[in-house]
Design a protein around this ligand. Sequence first.
Ligand SMILES: [Zn+2]
Ligand SMILES: [Zn+2]
Length: 96
Amino acid sequence: MTKRMQCKDIPDQTFVDAVRRTTPVGTNWRMRWDVHTELESVFGPIPDNLFMAKARRLIDRGLIGGCPCGCRGDFHPADECLSPGYCCHPTTEETR
Ligand SMILES: [Zn+2]
Ligand SMILES: [Zn+2]
């Protein structure tokens, strides 16, 4: 009876809040697995591929920044973008 979870099942704000609550490494980067752990602490278990898909959508829409493709694997709230050059942009990066 387990319904397949989808991106839209995770509220945008819940994800953004989890990124914001996660302790930054260095200046403002939240490691992907730390965010994942934080999000699961409020939401429950989330498959890794779904977590990344959701992150990609939020980055695409400018709600968070960072890397949704896994090459770096870190995120930050959109308003804490200190080094945009280091952020991955899904629209311009389709090299996989
Ligand atoms: Zn990346
Ligand atoms: Zn950024």
